[in-house]
Design a protein around this ligand. Structure first.
Ligand code: C5P
Length: 221
């Protein structure tokens, strides 16, 4: 601690998927590995930031030099992020589930032997990024979201920046053919109020470093 352009700055990073329980042994999840969020957190810590790292059940090792809170559901992730505030920047890299099951059971759901199917009811999860972006006077000066899209990436991500009220969106194409989700490389477009900037396809570690450098510029420049 103490060294680097982000010394004295507090940054919150969300990462990984969330798991939304159906019963004690089953859950709904997504294909996020947590690799990109972990790389961002590691790079920010490398620039001297104090990093609160709030992660769902990821498939990559935890980064060193950060304060880790491990969560399972979107609602737990929201609570962990809110307790970590205030912050100079919040980077929402997690692939948060949009819904949770409201009739999740305390005991394992069994086949009833007559072919009747279980019925799941859903409610919307809190949108952590949108909530922080709209948090009034306590809003962190820099709020960054990710947009994983499978089509029309630029248009959807640009609309998402405005809808969520965040400052930047890091957009990427996660269509299966790209191999990005669960892979080691990422090809992103950084969308700010000034426009869009497409970066070459790079290892996720390098995308993390570039983004951390931009965050340092924005917070100290
Ligand atoms: O709307 P969509 O899920 O595509 O938006 C993605 C961005 O919003 C990501 O930055 C993600 O971390 C954030 N998000 C969130 N809480 C949710 C859903 C998405 O923070 N419930």
């Amino acid at each position: 601690l103490g060294d680097g352009p982000l010394a004295g700055k507090h940054v919150i990073v969300t990462s990984g998927p969330t798991h939304e329980p159906i019963d004690p042994v089953r859950y709904i999840a997504n294909r996020s590995s947590g690799a990109q969020g972990t790389a961002v957190a590691r790079a920010l810590a490398g620039l001297g930031a104090r990093v609160s790292f709030v992660t769902g059940p990821a498939q990559v090792p935890l980064p060193d030099g950060v304060e880790v809170t491990q969560v399972e559901t979107a609602r737990e992730m929201r609570d962990a992020v809110m307790s970590a505030l205030p912050a100079d920047a919040v980077i929402c890299a997690a692939a948060v589930a949009d819904w949770h099951v409201i009739n999740a059971t305390q005991t394992k759901i069994k086949k009833d032997g007559q072919g009747r199917l279980p019925h799941l009811d859903f409610a919307e999860n809190p949108d952590i990024l949108a909530e922080i972006s709209a948090s009034g006077p306590a809003r962190p000066p820099l709020v960054v979201g990710f947009a994983a899209e499978t089509d029309d990436v630029l248009a959807h991500a640009t609309a998402k920046r405005l809808r969520k009220g965040c400052d930047w969106i890091v957009a990427n194409d996660v269509s299966p053919a790209t191999g990005i989700m669960g892979g080691t490389e990422n090809a992103v477009t950084l969308i700010t109020a000034d426009g869009a900037e497409t970066w070459p396809r790079l290892p996720k570690a390098e995308v993390g470093e570039r983004l951390a450098a931009r965050i340092a510029q924005a917070l100290t420049g």
